[in-house]
Design a protein around this ligand. Sequence first.
Ligand code: ADP
Length: 416
Amino acid sequence: MSPTASPSATRVLVLNSGSSSLKYQLLDMGDGTRLAAGLVERIGEESSRVVHTPLGPDAGEKRERTAEVADHDAALKAVAEELSKDGVGLDSPELAAVGHRVVHGGLRFSEPTVVTDEVLAEIERLVPVAPLHNPANITGIRTATALRPDLPQVAVFDTAFHTTMPEYAARYAIDTETADAHRVRRYGFHGTSHAYVSARTAKLLNRDPSEVNVIVLHLGNGASASAVAGGRCVDTSMGLTPLEGLVMGTRSGDVDPAVVFHLSRNAGMSNDDVDALLNKKSGLVGLCGDNDMREIRRRIDAGDERARLAFDVYVHRLKKYIGAYYAVLGRVDAVVFTAGVGENAAEVRAAAVAGLEELGLAVDAGLNAVRSGEARLISPEYARVAVAVVPTDEELEIARQTYALVRGDRGADAGE
Ligand code: ADP
């Protein structure tokens, strides 16, 4: 029998396990408060870093320390210790469930899912298509299960929101048998963010999500665009892996696949070399040596040509996806920017929609310049299409989906 949540328990621990990091948040879904957030970095290295921020009503100071954290098990124990110091330990009966971010759910998982041995085996079967992420996610689930075997562990998949893509958007035009045998198709990622932000945008517009068509631009270190029609994803820019699509911090996004054969035949590069080139030494870093948009802006202001070109390549790709998804949707109600670059870089937002007035798109310079952590419109009154900034909140969305599942009321509103 799978574990069930106790009826009075309202807290959800959200875990995002990377290969050498563990990020966490503790949320109380009863009153909607966030109790703590933090991360353990450089797990397995000589000196790991533990950063814990208490967030409850009588929250104390942020605590930061270095420690030797050998593995994810030790990392979660360090998290449990920090939470205990704040009186919100993981042994509390108020903890209802643990919600895990799982990057790849393939075609099988279109909804958050309580983890069983069979579910874990399926997540493991997807490792060949998510070699960097799924193994770390599995470790996180195993570690949390060992600590609280009585609690439901819920997997919330980055790919889930995109499983509604029509087959013609998800298929690559390659030999069908080869594609199917090796699960080669477009899955999309950042789905939790696209789901949250598109629903939140409908709220911002005072419209029902089923009525609005939205283009979401999630621009963090990783970046992806999605076309969302009436709350359902109909296309997204990432594909088999998070490499496809927009220009990112260190990833190339779209390139001619022949670049790979060309480099392997003519530059003596191995598959792993090209993999590292496209994932780690490309994008903004490859173009100008920096992946932080703040630094790139600073360099542009100082007259740096390489930084200028990197910015222009980034924005040009963004504009192409806005146009493509406009065509896919037919009618667009809002274009919305989110994540580190989308929420903060006013110049990127302005440049991405510049010249698209014929499509009904415009940005009000004054509104765009305002710095705020709130969801907001930045388009002028007269614009036919709203342009918005909506801060993403993947942890809240994972906690909501997890809580709704263990409470048995899935289908609860995703927006705020
Ligand atoms: P991740 O994909 O790692 O979650 P984030 O969504 O946190 O990334 O975005 C990180 C990126 O956001 C940084 O690399 C930087 O380029 C950008 N960024 C953060 N703050 C600002 C800012 N004030 N102005 C411009 N860019 C910013």
